[in-house]
Design a binder for this molecule. Structure first.
Ligand SMILES: [Fe+2]
Ligand SMILES: [Fe+2]
Length: 139
């Protein structure tokens, strides 16, 4: 039975076969689940905001990792993928500002955005670089 505090259970079909990146995506699942558990347990904004800050930092690290690999392997869709990352970051920051002024429903919107980000972006955009990275021997 699934724990009701868990929003996302890692699905092996999300694995790219590139360990550095798979580890980061999995770590993200953990962070999003922590946030969801805060939402479910009415954790105060004061205690939720540091977790959100970790998430923003980790997002930058993760996008940076992907973009570095794209640059070093001359990935043809680098600019496009980078622009999508940048939009995701902007949207996340806007949702955080909204939550800072708002309430737990804004926290749930933020969590929805992150879940969508993780699953949609991963299976649509990240999967596009999979073969290219594997051929370039990215691990
Ligand atoms: Fe990614
Ligand atoms: Fe990406």
């Amino acid at each position: 039975m699934q724990d009701s505090n868990v929003l996302i259970v890692w699905d092996s079909k999300w694995e790219l076969g590139i360990p550095t990146i798979d580890v980061q995506h999995k770590h993200f699942v953990g962070l999003i689940n922590s946030l969801y558990s805060c939402f479910k347990n009415f954790v105060s904004k004061e205690d939720v905001l540091p977790i959100i800050e970790d998430l923003v930092n980790y997002e930058s690290i993760h996008f940076g990792t992907e973009e570095q690999y794209m640059l070093s392997t001359n990935y043809p869709e680098f600019e496009k993928h980078k622009a999508i990352h940048s939009n995701l970051k902007t949207d996340l920051l806007a949702l955080i500002e909204k939550y800072k002024q708002g309430d737990s429903s804004d926290l749930m919107n933020l969590i929805d955005h992150l879940e969508n980000w993780l699953v949609e972006h991963l299976i649509t955009e990240d999967f596009r670089y999979k073969e290219h990275f594997l051929k370039a021997n990215i691990k």
